[in-house]
Design a protein around this ligand. Structure first.
Ligand SMILES: *[C@@H]1O[C@H](CO)[C@@H](O)[C@H](O)[C@H]1NC(C)=O
Ligand SMILES: *[C@@H]1O[C@H](CO)[C@@H](O)[C@H](O)[C@H]1NC(C)=O
Length: 232
């Protein structure tokens, strides 16, 4: 009797041992003598790597890259896949709308208006799908934009300045977009413009006031030349 009892105990211990060690298939683990799903998604370091989501399934798992990362298919660790950012600005999927620039970011992209345009919501950076659009910035709203002696002309995405009559840039140009330049009186730039006379700016431009002995024959903007008194 005592024999039997010990034997049974021994058998019990043995079976328990066997059961405890019952090898569970891949993806399962032994828990209270049962094979239960192993949650691969809890492993550290993660099976799926960076920028991926892990989905546990009964007996297995699969990975998928976060949105905005590639590839887009399901994979497992053995595929040795690194999820990498999709550059939406390069692959053509970005939609920032007209007159805007695309800025790639990890997992997505942002938009900003091109130079000369401002966003309809006033924010420098915006997302597509927010209904924001880029509108022409009217540089000429600021009356001093072109400086003194110049008028400002707004264009789509830009502007230009025109020197007033009788004024120009030192370089000789009258139209310009470089606001660090300024229009100066032609009388100042070219001191000899009136020859034998005094140059003056007026509302039509400039005029030469001839000194005595000089004339421009009534053409106010012409150089004063020596008057030939013998013609009188
Ligand atoms: C998981 O699969 C195993 C083997 O097919 C099955 O015995 C078990 O009931 C399943 N567990 C769940 C939670 O579905
Ligand atoms: C990934 O696997 C899940 C579950 O099996 C499935 O529903 C889904 O369609 C798969 N996605 C792709 C892109 O294969």
């Amino acid at each position: 009797m005592r024999h039997m009892y010990l034997l049974s105990l021994g058998l019990l211990a043995l079976t328990e041992n066997i059961l405890m060690q019952t090898p569970c298939g891949r993806g399962y683990k032994n828990q209270r003598r049962k094979c239960v799903d192993e949650n691969e998604c809890e492993s550290d370091p993660p099976y799926c790597g960076k920028n991926a989501i892990c989905f546990n399934t009964n007996g297995s798992y699969y990975c998928r890259c976060h949105e905005g990362f590639a590839p887009t298919n399901n994979f497992t660790q053995s595929d040795a896949i690194d999820c990498t950012d999709i550059n939406e600005c390069v692959n053509g999927s970005a939609d920032c709308g007209p007159n805007a620039k695309c800025i790639n970011s990890e997992g997505g992209y942002n938009c900003t208006c091109q130079t000369g345009y401002i966003s309809s919501n006033g924010k420098e950076i915006f997302n597509s799908g927010q209904g924001v659009h880029c509108i022409d910035r009217n540089e000429c709203d600021d009356p001093s934009f072109c400086g003194k002696h110049a008028t400002c002309h707004n264009t789509a995405g830009s502007f230009y300045c025109i020197c007033a009559a009788g004024f120009r840039l030192k370089s000789g140009e009258t139209n310009f977009t470089d606001i660090y330049k300024s229009c100066e009186s032609v009388c100042e730039i070219d001191k000899s413009i009136c020859g034998g006379g005094v140059c003056k700016n007026n509302k039509d431009g400039l005029e030469c006031l001839c000194s005595s002995g000089f004339t421009n024959y009534g053409h106010k903007r012409m150089k004063c030349t020596d008057r030939n008194e013998c013609d009188d």
